[in-house]
Design a protein around this ligand. Structure first.
Ligand SMILES: NC(=O)c1ccc[n+]([C@@H]2O[C@H](COP(=O)([O-])OP(=O)(O)OC[C@H]3O[C@@H](n4cnc5c(N)ncnc54)[C@H](O)[C@@H]3O)[C@@H](O)[C@H]2O)c1
Length: 253
């Protein structure tokens, strides 16, 4: 039994992962802007640095794994916020916790999205991967919310793939999941969006498995990927989306 740290563990998918890990007997520390063991605003540099310091303080006995789940959806009009939370709020914490993660050969799980492969602005993704938050936010400000959201998740997944080897060399096993449409407060807000709502409902109807995802679907996969049965899975992006990615991109894998 170990200690896991999860961002965004106060709600939706993160709350389900937290509960699943606790049910399995692990200790879980939640980092969130609300209802958390460590309250931090991961949209800001100061909030991220405070979160890293607090996590390091709280895990001197070791860290079994880190789950970056905090995120905001495409319904959020502020594209800079999407950029700051979804990409930098995840990547900067993994980087800041790297040595602590290496101490216990810990597992990292990034909560990406099955929208990550969708078309977006390549300049945006490049700015994210370069770690240039100012430029990324400026480019995002010129984009629609949906490609900003999917671009933030594409960059997050590519960052994981690019860094898989170096982190694995320290025993840190990084993977990502790409949830499809999953019923949570975030997705409910997207469904209610006057611009995207109708398109989203049609999108849900087209899920091959005939239903939207549930937070527990993600928690079950997270538990597997973080655990002992997945020790040779490293650098993988696992779509947990009822077949949607395969339907939309049948020739790609
Ligand atoms: N729900 C879906 O359909 C879906 C699909 C694909 C990917 N995802 C991803 O799954 C993750 C969880 O989403 P969810 O649907 O459970 O959403 P949610 O809104 O239920 O939970 C998101 C959590 O992130 C926290 N958070 C938001 N901004 C923050 C900030 N600035 N600092 C710290 N914490 C912050 C929120 O307080 C909340 O607890 C997100 O990264 C999201 O992009 C969700």
């Amino acid at each position: 039994m170990g200690t896991y740290v999860i961002t965004g563990g106060a709600s939706g998918i993160g709350a389900a992962i937290r509960q699943q890990l606790q049910t399995e007997g692990h200790s879980v520390l939640v980092v969130d802007i609300q209802e958390a063991d460590i309250v931090a605003n991961l949209a800001t540099d100061q909030g991220r640095r405070g979160a890293i310091a607090a996590i390091l303080d709280a895990t001197t006995d070791g860290l079994a794994g880190f789950i970056a789940c905090a995120g905001v959806g495409s319904h959020v009009p502020d594209r800079a916020l999407i950029t700051a939370v979804n990409y930098f709020g995840a990547v900067e914490l993994v980087v800041g916790l790297r040595e602590r993660l290496a101490q216990n050969r810990a597992a990292v799980l990034l909560v990406s999205s099955n929208s990550a492969p969708m078309p977006t602005n390549p300049d945006y993704v490049q700015a994210l991967l370069a770690g240039d938050e100012q430029t990324a936010c400026a480019v995002a400000g010129q984009m629609e919310s949906q490609p900003a959201y999917s671009g933030s998740k594409q960059a997050l997944t590519r960052w994981m793939r690019r860094n898989t080897r170096d982190y694995a060399a320290q025993g840190i096993r990084m993977n990502a999941i790409g949830p499809g449409y999953t019923r949570t407060p975030l997705s409910a807000a997207v469904e209610d969006d006057p611009t995207y709502g109708d398109a989203i409902k049609q999108f849900i109807d087209s899920i091959p498995m005939g239903r939207p995802g549930l937070p527990q679907d993600m928690a079950d996969v997270a538990s597997f990927l973080l655990g002992d049965k997945a020790t040779f899975i490293c650098g993988a992006m696992l779509f947990v989306d009822g077949g949607h990615d395969a339907m939309l991109r049948p020739e790609a894998f």
